[in-house]
Design a protein around this ligand. Sequence first.
Ligand code: ATP
Ligand code: MG
Ligand code: FE
Length: 332
Amino acid sequence: MVLLAIESSCDETSAAVMVNGELKSNIISTQLIHTEWGGVVPELASREHQKAIIPVVQEALQKANINKNDLNAIAFTRGPGLLGALLVGTSFAKSLALSLDIPLIEVNHMQAHVLAHFIEEPKPQFPFLCLTVSGGHTQLVWVKDALHMEVIGETQDDAVGEAFDKTAKLIGLPYPGGPLIDKLAQVGNPDRFSFSLGEMPGLNFSFSGIKTQILYFLHKETQKNPQFVEENKADICASVQKSLIDMLLRKVKKAMKEKNCQQIAIAGGVSANSGLRSRLQEMGEKEKWDVFIPAFQYCTDNAGMIAMAGHFKYEAGEFTDQDVAPLARYSL
Ligand code: ATP
Ligand code: MG
Ligand code: FE
């Protein structure tokens, strides 16, 4: 079964080819235009997707050595994401499926982030717990099987990726700041400053308080020393990163206990964070859990994960009609 997958939910235009569950190509074009605006501008994202989608799909087919007439199905991200961006991928997938007379498969982007774990070995066994941490979401997901997932805890305000990006902005780092904080944190002292996060009941999270706290903290410190940020950047990054990871891991531990679970996976863009990866590994060794961490190329948005989800849906016979419309909000 030859499957083409399309991802266009935010600022990555991506296409992948999967043959019988094996990923043959995964082309990702990241939109650089947003950097100068300090965040993703929805209207610009749609236009960039329109420009990139045909060359990206062509490259994915070429790299997989597949002719479009060999395709058996097309999977695409239906949501959640930016509506205009999703429309580009959805319309493209619909037209190509119609013209080739092959089935269409809609994919939930957050389900796909979790299923990225099935692209390569080692793969978790159902059921397992997944912490999905990205630019728009922070969720604890109980994964019963490939197509049945339940959110058992989530953020009540900002996503953790947003907290990384907003912190970065406050200390003058360009968008997206998450990876830059990660890099600076590696050479900083995580215990130098302390930031406290509000504790939400149960398995829920809150990350919106930290940016105000950092704002006031920086304001106070730069009044005493105008060079404060420049002189202490690495320590600020390490300290903020530590408190974000502390919060995530505290809830992971709680959820693992509640579910009496031994397998933990992380997914989404923030799962590329080196601090989170190593501290989860450590916690796993201590608690005797099996820890699943995706390869870097499957953490942030990519069509490979959409293909993986599409593959499971194809096997389950879950196809989509031509009148499907994208959804900006789309729960698991
Ligand atoms: P969603 O999946 O919720 O719709 P999204 O698709 O925009 O949102 P992803 O592409 O999965 O999110 O992840 C992007 C986020 O990951 C950004 O906030 C970015 O800063 C963050 N990120 C990427 N790498 C790292 C890293 N090494 N450390 C911390 N954050 C990171
Ligand atoms: Mg992105
Ligand atoms: Fe994503």
